[in-house]
Design a protein around this ligand. Structure first.
Ligand code: FES
Length: 157
């Protein structure tokens, strides 16, 4: 796999770097860009980001490892996030999590053998007013019950 950003993406990296007094402070948005592009942060991707920001790979790995939003292994084509934090938990978030887990036979940060689905139990996603909520590839579905969750998931192809 070719691990290089396009010229447009490199411009975006430069823009992120220009927002901080120290260019290396741009590591979080740049890692996010990389995850969006390649789906997860492999060793090769982390090495590339280190080169771009003039940082040792070990530093890049340290940041990627610290924050759970960065994937250190491949996730599914459909990445399903289920919030079980307080507002969602009080409105059935844990039941939804257990349901999705049972539906695909996977638990937190696992993906199905065909690579189609992965599941993540997440902390508050800032949509507490719509609790309980799930997200699929970052599209939010709020005030859902198990039937609605099934409808969303079964519509994925
Ligand atoms: S507690 Fe679930 S979105 Fe805030």
């Amino acid at each position: 796999m070719d691990i290089t950003f396009t010229p447009e993406e490199l411009q975006q990296v430069e823009l992120h770097k220009s927002k901080y007094p120290e260019p290396k402070a741009a590591i979080m948005p740049v890692l996010w860009m990389a995850q969006k592009k390649w789906g997860w942060l492999s060793e090769d991707v982390m090495r590339y980001i280190g080169q771009l920001l003039d940082l040792p790979t070990a530093h890049v790995k340290g940041v990627a490892t610290f924050y759970t939003m960065y994937f250190k292994k491949p996730m599914g084509n459909y990445h399903i996030q289920v919030c079980t934090n307080i507002s969602c938990m009080l409105r059935g978030g844990e039941d939804i999590y257990r349901h999705v887990s049972g539906k695909y036979g996977i638990s937190h940060n696992q993906r199905t053998p065909d690579g189609k689905y992965s599941l993540e139990e997440v902390e508050c996603m800032g949509a507490c007013g719509g609790a309980p909520m799930i997200a699929v590839n970052e599209v939010f579905y709020e005030k859902v019950d198990i039937q609605e969750v099934d409808k969303v998931l079964d519509s994925l192809s």
